[in-house]
Design a protein around this ligand. Structure first.
Ligand code: NFS
Length: 664
């Protein structure tokens, strides 16, 4: 009999705990409860990559040493194929998001996308430069059309290399070409993996995974990067904004509309519609005091970053938001949307609305999105929510809402560290070289109900800060830290070690940088590239003392990100059990072979402490390889605000002596 966990064992977040208790008292199911009730795979193979369903002679379940599938497939071939297919699915999802943004930009440039316009002309011109498109004398609309068409072409490109490959450090590009994984076209690489993993094709584990890496690179330096860059062009490049996160952002006297999913296209229009005076009046006519928007998952990150729209939280908050009873409408587009939502919504008054032509869920209302009439559709959705306000029953909104400051795009970090006219990563590189900052960790990825919500993210982020490691975050990991108050400069400084603290105080950089949604992990690639090009930290991403972590991952997209980060030279560590655990060969390829060929690797480590230890070991190994001083926190912390606090605690006479010394 599976063990039912307590609310505290299910989540470290107080708001989640409160609503989990409410769910129990109302007899409602959640992913947490379903995870408790889900028995482990009876043959112990499914979660570990040893169950093959790629043809119908099986399914073949490999449970004994040396056993093979009906076709003769070995455990390593099966594990590699399953991993490759997951990476392809993740890459497809991210990249298709990029395609949708590109088509919206095209429609906007042609004047056919109601409500959209290019909001960042400077970024448009920067992207044009990456594509090698001349900009002189072109109108914004003409250039936007050309760039959108260029991006769309890359999905169907058959030969050559994706344009953004050239944005990587030169050494990295050469490694990709040498290993045969420079991505040719986005769709082509996804199809390639599906083909080679079909029954009777590629049956060489390293070779299968090579295809997966090329596919992942087509996501990281292709589809996802297009999503990030063109979203910036259309909706603005993020810069820091004060926002709020957690379920307490829902309002008990306003029409609450929760926007859940991933793409910014419809949600941006709902943000616009919800601020129209006529619709606010309409909400009031229904007895509400206004319209309140809140996001979930990466749609949330997109509109939080650019519009400051509050976030109701990360992946595992999606059901909990409904359990408040305060949501008039939950509007979803694509990805990370649980099928349990419409049934749960039906237990309350909530309208559950699907909008993507790709996503319908039984029991939901479908109002299909079309970028040509986006604003009208957004208005229609807002009206449906307002009409539903009088149907509200009992409402329980937790009192938890934390301030956070997201919006650290690559462009903003550049500006923050160097100012408008000498934007630069020099201060960051210098801080790493001096040892004030030991290294950089990207803590990203999902929640997974098989482990305690936010616990690993929270513990790891705090430990890294204590050890002078700068933390960058995206996706649900960033929202986890946000809920704990770690994404405001001051709060995180309390946890920062002495050297990191000095740097943050001197530059104004917070020690935890929220860089966006999961497609925005490409911003991290851009940052790492610029650090490599800035000088002093080698000449490739693999040289930088940096690690990528996804401690609570659950989605195929996370694996795609992990794979492209590893192919880009990063050491990547995932939590939970390894999906390739029972194949020593595949585990070795992803660790040793990838490290030898590409300088990066993808490991699975199920406990936080080992993940932390391995990360620091990797960072210190890279520091040593660069000839940088060994990390020694005792050398720092005697300057800046910390020193000023100590001085201010002294008697007045002594303060003057210390501050002015001989000059007085
Ligand atoms: Ni990323 Fe964003 Fe969250 Fe995981 Fe899902 S929302 S794209 S996949 S669960 S981090």
């Amino acid at each position: 009999m599976a063990k039912k966990r307590t609310a505290e064992e299910r989540s470290i977040d107080h708001a989640s705990q409160q609503l989990l208790i409410r769910a129990d008292s109302l007899g409602l199911d959640t992913a947490f409860a379903r995870a408790d009730a889900m028995p482990a795979c009876p043959i112990g193979a499914g979660s570990s990559g040893l169950c093959c369903k790629n043809c119908f002679m099986g399914p073949c379940r490999i449970t004994k040493e040396g056993q093979v599938g009906v076709c003769g497939a070995t455990s390593s071939t099966i594990a590699a194929r399953n991993m490759a297919r997951a990476i392809a699915a993740g890459s497809a999802a991210h990249s298709d998001h990029g395609r949708d943004v590109a088509f919206t930009l095209l429609a906007a440039a042609e004047g056919e996308a109601q409500g959209y316009q290019v909001r960042d002309d400077v970024k448009l011109r920067a992207v044009a430069a990456y594509y090698g498109v001349p900009t002189a004398g072109k109108t914004t609309a003409a250039l936007a059309k050309e760039i959108a068409q260029k991006a769309i072409t890359e999905f169907g490109q058959q030969k050559g290399e994706l344009a953004f490959v050239k944005r990587a450090p030169k050494k990295r590009q050469d490694l990709w070409r040498k290993y045969g994984i420079a991505p040719r076209g986005i769709d082509r690489e996804v199809v390639d993996v599906l083909h080679r993993t079909h029954m009777g094709d590629d049956q060489h584990p390293e070779h299968i995974l090579k295809g997966a890496l090329r596919c992942a690179l087509a996501d990281g330096w292709g589809g996802s990067m297009i999503a990030t860059e063109l979203s910036d062009v259309l909706f603005g490049t993020p810069s820091p904004k004060v926002g709020q996160v957690n379920l307490g952002v829902l309002k008990d006297d306003e029409v609450n509309i929760v926007l859940h999913g991933h793409e910014p296209t419809l949600s941006e229009m709902i943000v616009a519609a919800a601020s129209e005076p006529e619709l606010i009046e309409y909400a009031k006519s229904k007895g509400a005091n206004g319209i309140n928007l809140a996001g979930i998952c990466c749609t949330s990150n997109e509109i939080l970053l650019r519009q400051g729209v509050a976030s109701a939280g990360n992946f595992l908050n999606q059901e909990l938001a409904l359990i408040t009873g305060a949501v008039e409408a939950m509007v979803v587009d694509v990805q990370c949307i649980m099928q349990a939502l419409p049934n749960l919504a039906a237990k309350f008054h909530t309208k559950f609305i699907t909008t993507s032509p790709k996503v319908m869920i039984q029991g939901g209302m479908h109002i299909e999105f079309d970028e040509h009439r986006a604003l009208d559709i957004a208005r229609q959705i807002v009206r449906v929510a307002c009409d539903n306000y009088p149907n509200r029953g009992e409402v329980v909104i937790p009192d938890d809402a934390q301030d956070l400051i997201p919006g650290f795009s690559h462009e903003y970090i550049n500006y923050m560290l160097g100012g408008s006219f000498r934007a630069s990563f020099r201060p960051l590189n210098d801080a790493i070289m001096s040892g004030r900052i030991r290294g950089v960790v990207a803590d990203v990825g999902c929640n997974n109900p098989r482990v305690t919500q936010d616990k690993s993210h929270a513990w790891l982020v705090r430990e890294f800060l204590k050890n002078d490691v700068l933390v960058v975050q995206t996706g649900c990991g960033a929202l986890a830290s946000g809920k704990l108050g770690l994404v405001t400069g001051e709060a995180a400084l309390e946890h920062a070690g002495p050297g990191l603290r000095e740097v943050c105080e001197a530059t104004g950089m917070p020690p935890v940088l929220h860089m966006g949604s999961c497609v925005d992990n490409t911003r991290i690639l851009t940052v790492l590239t610029q650090m490599a090009q800035e000088g002093g930290l080698g000449d490739d991403i693999a040289d930088i003392p940096a690690v990528g972590l996804a401690p609570e991952w659950m989605s195929e997209k996370a694996l795609a990100i992990g794979a492209y980060a590893a192919a880009s030279g990063a050491c990547v560590i995932f939590g939970l059990e390894s999906p390739v655990e029972y194949s020593d060969e595949v585990t070795r390829v992803m660790d040793e072979v990838w490290e030898k060929e590409l300088g990066g690797k993808l490991l699975f480590v199920s406990d936080d402490e080992t993940m932390f230890k391995k990360s620091l070991e990797h960072i210190d190994k890279k520091r040593a390889a660069l000839g940088l001083p060994e990390y020694d926190p005792s050398r720092f912390g005697r300057s800046g605000d910390q020193r000023m606090n100590d001085v201010l605690a002294l008697p007045l006479e002594t303060q003057a002596d210390v501050m002015y010394g001989g000059v007085r």
